[in-house]
Design a protein around this ligand. Structure first.
Ligand SMILES: [Fe+2]
Ligand SMILES: [Fe+2]
Length: 239
């Protein structure tokens, strides 16, 4: 028999900060595990995933940096698409496909930030300008440079999402080892990040298939973009 579960433990932990308007959204996540009959008052200390201060800080910074990264990705593609598609009209569907996926990722993290009242990075306007300049520059350099930019960005972002998944899975294993019920919201978050990571790695494959490695000059370009990504991640996690 399944143990009684506390499906909104993570949300409940954060609930004092949730505005009323967002509560139905949070409840929706628990609808598969609750019944319509009135339930007895819950003991708030039972079956509850209590996040430590350190874990909460990790989640805040993870959601903040992910939102910043996805903002940058949508702006890079927005700036790259006109020059790339003008020179290579056959790439229009691919550029649109990658942009649409980035827009979906951005939406996911915007919703998570609003739900958990996490502030965006203070660098938000700076990243908007930097991503647009990067997209525009690599777009006018040509198809290969635009693809090298995607290759560089997705390599860093893929690693970054993998680090987050590893950390969250470690939490999950810790809970299981202590015999505590896993918060479904944590599982949903891990699944979301895994799905988004896989889509980023798909972009990386598209970039390599479309001659990213033919960019001139390939190595300095990719190195600079990767270094820029790592720096932006470091800053956005903290500020
Ligand atoms: Fe993305
Ligand atoms: Fe991507």
């Amino acid at each position: 028999m399944r143990p009684s579960r506390s499906p909104l433990a993570l949300a409940r932990y954060l609930r004092p900060a949730l505005p009323r308007s967002l509560l139905p959204q949070a409840r929706q996540l628990s609808s598969q595990t609750t019944t319509t009959s009135p339930s007895p008052p819950e003991d708030p200390t039972q079956n509850r995933t209590i996040l430590t201060e350190e874990q909460k800080k990790f989640l805040d910074s993870a959601l903040r940096v992910n939102q910043a990264g996805e903002l940058a990705a949508t702006l890079i593609y927005t700036a790259q698409t006109p020059p790339v598609v003008k020179a290579h009209p056959h790439l229009r569907p691919l550029m649109k496909h990658m942009y649409d996926q980035e827009a979906g990722h951005f939406k996911t993290f915007n919703e998570l930030l609003a739900k958990h009242r996490v502030r965006p990075t203070v660098m938000y306007p700076i990243w908007q300008v930097a991503a647009t300049v990067l997209g525009w520059t690599t777009g006018i350099m040509g198809r290969e440079a635009a693809m090298a930019c995607t290759e560089a960005v997705e390599t860093e972002i893929g690693n970054h999402y993998n680090d987050q998944v590893r950390e969250l899975v470690k939490w999950m294993q810790g809970l299981e080892a202590r015999g505590e019920e896993l918060d479904p919201e944590l599982k949903v978050l891990i699944d979301d990040i895994k799905r988004i990571r896989d889509e980023e790695l798909e972009h990386l494959d598209h970039a390599v298939e479309n001659d990213a490695k033919e960019a001139q000059p390939y190595e300095p370009l990719v190195d600079v973009i990767r270094y820029g990504c790592r720096s932006a991640i470091w800053v956005s996690e903290r500020f």
